[in-house]
Design a protein around this ligand. Sequence first.
Ligand code: NAG
Ligand code: NAG
Ligand code: NAG
Ligand code: NAG
Ligand code: NAG
Ligand code: NAG
Ligand code: NAG
Length: 543
Amino acid sequence: MLVLAILLGIAQLSWQFNPRQLLFTDASESSSTSPFDKSFDSLVEDTLAEWQTPGLAVAVVHGDDTWAKGYGYASLNGSRVTPHTLFNTGSTTKSFIASLVSILVDSNTTYKDITWNTPFSSLIRDDFVLPDAWATEHTTLADALSHRTGMPRHDFSWLNAGPNVTVKDITRSMRYLPLHHEPRVEWEYCNIMFSAVSYALETVMGESTGDLLRDWLWSPMGMNQTFYDWSDAQACVRKDKDCELATPYIWNNYTQHYVPEAITTFPPATGAGGTISNVLDYTRWLRRLINGTAPLSPEGYRAITSPHSVMFAELPPYTGPVWYGYGLIMGIYRGFKVIQHSGSIGGYMSNMLVIPDKNWGVVTMQNTDSPAQNILWLKLMDDTLEVPKEERFDLDTLMREQRAGSAAAREARRHALYPDLPSIPIPPVLPLTRYEGTYSHPAYHNITISLNAPSHGAVVTPDGNSGLPLYGTSATADLDTIVKLTHASGEHWIVDVYMGAWTRDYSDIMSRAQFEVAASGVAEKFGMQIEPEIEEYLWFVRV
Ligand SMILES: *[C@@H]1O[C@H](CO)[C@@H](O)[C@H](O)[C@H]1NC(C)=O
Ligand SMILES: *[C@@H]1O[C@H](CO)[C@@H](O)[C@H](O)[C@H]1NC(C)=O
Ligand SMILES: *[C@@H]1O[C@H](CO)[C@@H](O)[C@H](O)[C@H]1NC(C)=O
Ligand SMILES: *[C@@H]1O[C@H](CO)[C@@H](O)[C@H](O)[C@H]1NC(C)=O
Ligand SMILES: *[C@@H]1O[C@H](CO)[C@@H](O)[C@H](O)[C@H]1NC(C)=O
Ligand SMILES: *[C@@H]1O[C@H](CO)[C@@H](O)[C@H](O)[C@H]1NC(C)=O
Ligand SMILES: *[C@@H]1O[C@H](CO)[C@@H](O)[C@H](O)[C@H]1NC(C)=O
């Protein structure tokens, strides 16, 4: 029997648990048979242990039935996950933002001029400026909500901006961020465009997005434990004994430690994410995603669940293309239309999924970044569709194979960055200390380069000290947003960018970086190819 030792790095606590004795709490409202039978319970236990996942909450709706259950730990001090445990639900927020827009679009009185195809330029002209004039004039709400603006993620820009960044700041920074495509050419996921939608809503309505979400969507649905602000979630924790906030963890495989993310360093709600909720409240949203009922209108529901951009030509286990609606992902699974969206931020992960023609839906929330939840909702979906055992998509094995190959894949990528390095690399022109200092980019903010590894959350990883490392940190960043530079040759470096999971043993982006040394002998600029798909480097200037 497998017994895992979970050592809680930062808090200096250690906690041992036997994954086969996970306790659970149940809050189901149903007379029929629960989907969470003994075999599901033991699959959850195995899956959480295999994928180093402290805890998970799950809920299923089927017609008028609702089942909900918590497994494992909300915090590694012994508090258990219950169906009431609060998680940050990340990008599932996008479906709410799209629904807010649908309500504006529905209005044929005050906001009658606002349609899905209204360009940002007619709502927030001075603040919405892209590097291309045509894109600035023509990019619409629909383009943003379906990820077809041509703007890539640029996630490091808002994560590195600090805790006080606003949707207005994020929107205004886009003028400094290179586009990847012309508008409407390709599907490309972009969080900051949802910030622009959120800012446009706030401007038009004269109310904060959090208030709009609460008053137009969450309260009408009775989602009373759903929040858009940590302080509101913390107020719930103080006054309601059922309200508990799960602690998000990052598993470091090298040290075999869970490291908690500090909620105090989380980015503010941005329109792209930021909702804090529990699986029971989300069952209310699942019912609307199944039936398209109020607060959604039939037209609004049709709009958000229609195809607006093609994500993938194929993506097993779906059949045929997978498409994006507005804030929602859709595909065909075994002949049924599936509507879903996942969310992931700083150790929180969630997924909501419905099959309207089966009157069925599932939501999962967990407190680490792992494939556990996907293995589990897929199993519940297959059970409900009565998929024969031998025809089931083996996600667990696929994930194990990917995990086993991940180190080699990263190594291959590392080599591909500079295929023509000299056998004896050229040393950097300056002593390393002369590269130290703060460099600034108007949208990506400040990075302070240092020879010293950052003290917060830092864990030395196997590849950590090979070659000449330099580290880049920010005084203001959320979620331990850190870059690590490893020398390649001359002024050229390999950069590993960690966005919220420095304690994990691999980076979110691995790419090229370069210093520019002036004739005066000063390292004046530091450039990173931060969107690996875009050749262009973004240059930070020494301040
Ligand atoms: C959808 O609406 C139908 C008709 O009102 C109802 O029978 C069904 O239970 C609803 N589905 C869900 C999941 O709420
Ligand atoms: C465990 O920690 C969480 C988060 O800090 C806290 O809310 C909870 O009350 C603690 N539970 C126990 C049993 O100590
Ligand atoms: C708005 O338009 C819809 C559909 O066109 C119509 O059914 C509704 O009565 C209109 N509402 C108002 C307030 O005019
Ligand atoms: C949510 O709160 C409102 C207002 O306090 C109340 O009327 C409603 O019953 C609550 N809903 C649930 C599901 O608790
Ligand atoms: C995780 O650590 C274990 C124990 O050191 C090792 O066997 C395994 O290969 C590691 N997995 C990955 C994906 O690095
Ligand atoms: C960047 O650093 C400079 C120099 O220390 C400082 O003046 C500026 O306020 C910083 N900018 C941000 C966004 O922190
Ligand atoms: C954010 O705002 C708070 C309150 O105004 C202030 O105390 C804090 O220093 C600010 N943080 C940063 C990193 O600017």
